[in-house]
Design a protein around this ligand. Structure first.
Ligand SMILES: Cc1cc2nc3c(=O)[nH]c(=O)nc-3n(C[C@H](O)[C@H](O)[C@H](O)COP(=O)(O)OP(=O)(O)OC[C@H]3O[C@@H](n4cnc5c(N)ncnc54)[C@H](O)[C@@H]3O)c2cc1C
Length: 406
């Protein structure tokens, strides 16, 4: 959004291609932002206002780039656009959702609860337009949704489309995805219900999340007051991701404050860490959390997790400061999972250079470049800075191409 807006506000025409039904990326799924602890509504609201007021940005949702040909200044991007089954007449009244009964695992809460097959992704979704899950097509629910819509917005005949766009420069802002925690076998993610990821914890803490903001553990719905955070879950590990994901320390420090917010002085958070990486102004936040009497730190790479009969996860390892073994029970374990490029696993144009982890740098001629967390594991502030830089590089390409052609 930032790269698109910066380029458009400099007078360039921009097509913003989003794979999902809404803009906002993973930022929209955070409960609060470090270091100020405000809600993501703040930043998104500002960008959405800029977007609505700028006719130079054309937003295509449910769209994915499937191929790019050409060179700097003269690319043809091929897009596949999936059907939303709801057109622009949608007023987001919600009648279609009321009419249908089938549900699917809620992708915006990482599958922790269910969502109706006709739904608005979340309150801040842009466009404010419902979407029908493809599984509904051909079922009685599809007809019920169509019948319930008073403005004729449900279009069950929508088909997948392929579109070609001529563009001068391409900014890859495809973001990140969490490392698959199930691959860290000794931690039992997927086998032990009370071992969850840091992303799932964001949703648990959020009042619009699956538990209405209560920190309830998945196995039995018990309130989780004594919570362990395991750092470097997948990061800085030759067997998983080699790189430091940079965000995870700050994310866990922030999440200890969700526990305090929920339980006051009765909260207990323990961070198991190799070393805490909180740079620049984040150091102040780290020091604030260190002073919090509800937060403890254990310098140790947790070796394995077992589960007690009552469902409590028990962490086993060696404390590298005292060199003593521990076997400590907690209500809930949060794995601070690493970030890897979302583009890992998709076919990128041949001349696009990536680093050893797959983060996108750009093409040698500068016609394409990475932005935000597609270019490295970055927090929101640094993603925004990187995207402003990417917009400037794209504008330069367009400007130079026009000059060469003149
Ligand atoms: C647990 C956790 C907590 C965090 N908390 C904070 C915090 O408090 N403060 C902070 O500053 N940062 C935080 N972060 C980091 C923050 O989430 C990122 O900085 C931010 O999401 C980066 O934004 P982005 O737009 O680069 O990428 P993303 O948020 O990943 O957005 C990328 C967008 O691209 C779309 N996309 C992907 N592939 C394609 C494709 N092929 N075609 C079309 N569209 C595509 C996606 O659907 C998505 O909308 C946290 C991270 C974690 C793991």
């Amino acid at each position: 959004m930032t790269a698109a807006l910066e380029a458009a506000e400099c007078g360039r025409d921009v097509v913003l291609v989003e794979r999902g039904p809404t803009l906002g990326g993973r930022t929209a799924l955070l409960y609060r932002y470090f270091p100020k602890m405000c809600h993501p509504t703040c930043g998104l609201e500002i960008n959405l206002r800029r977007l609505k007021g700028n006719h130079r940005v054309r937003v295509l949702t449910m769209a994915e780039v499937v191929g790019i040909e050409g060179q700097r200044g003269a690319y043809v991007a091929k897009l596949k656009i999936r059907p939303r089954y709801v057109n622009e007449s949608c007023t987001a009244c919600g009648d279609c959702a009321t009419a249908v009964s089938a549900e699917i695992p809620n992708p915006y809460n990482y599958g922790l609860d269910q969502i109706k097959v006709a739904h608005l992704p979340h309150a801040m979704a842009y466009p404010q337009c419902y979407v029908l899950d493809p599984s509904v097509i051909g079922t009685a629910d599809a007809d019920k949704a169509k019948a319930a819509c008073r403005v004729g917005a449900i279009d069950l005949a929508m088909q997948e489309e392929t579109v070609e766009l001529s563009v001068g420069a391409v900014v890859w802002a495809t973001g990140w995805k969490p490392y698959d925690a199930a691959k860290i076998q000794p931690y039992g993610y997927g086998r032990f219900p009370n071992v969850i990821t840091s992303l799932e914890f964001e949703r648990l803490a959020d009042p619009s999340g699956p538990t209405g903001g209560k920190l309830l553990r998945p196995s039995d719905g018990k309130e989780a007051k004594n919570i362990a955070f395991i750092q470097c879950a997948g990061s800085r590990d030759e067997n998983h991701l080699r790189h430091c994901s940079r965000i995870c320390c700050m994310a866990s420090l922030k999440q200890t404050q969700y526990v305090r917010e929920a339980h006051g002085d009765g909260a207990k958070s323990t961070i198991y860490y190799i070393d805490i990486r909180a740079i620049d102004r984040f150091e102040d936040f780290y020091q604030m959390v260190q002073r919090d009497s509800t937060v403890g730190f254990v310098k140790s790479k947790v070796a394995r997790i077992a589960v007690a009969d009552n469902g409590d996860p028990i962490l086993h390892g060696v404390d590298t400061e005292g060199y003593h073994r521990y076997a400590t029970a907690h209500d809930l374990v949060v794995l601070a999972v690493g970030m890897e490029p979302e583009s890992n696993g998709i076919k990128l144009p041949g001349d696009l250079i990536t680093d050893s982890s797959g983060f996108i740098e750009g093409t040698p001629d500068g016609g394409m470049c990475g932005a935000g967390s597609a270019s490295g594991p970055l927090d929101v502030n640094r993603s925004v800075q990187s995207s402003t830089g990417a917009a400037l590089r794209a504008i330069k390409v367009i400007y130079q191409t026009a000059r060469e052609e003149a």
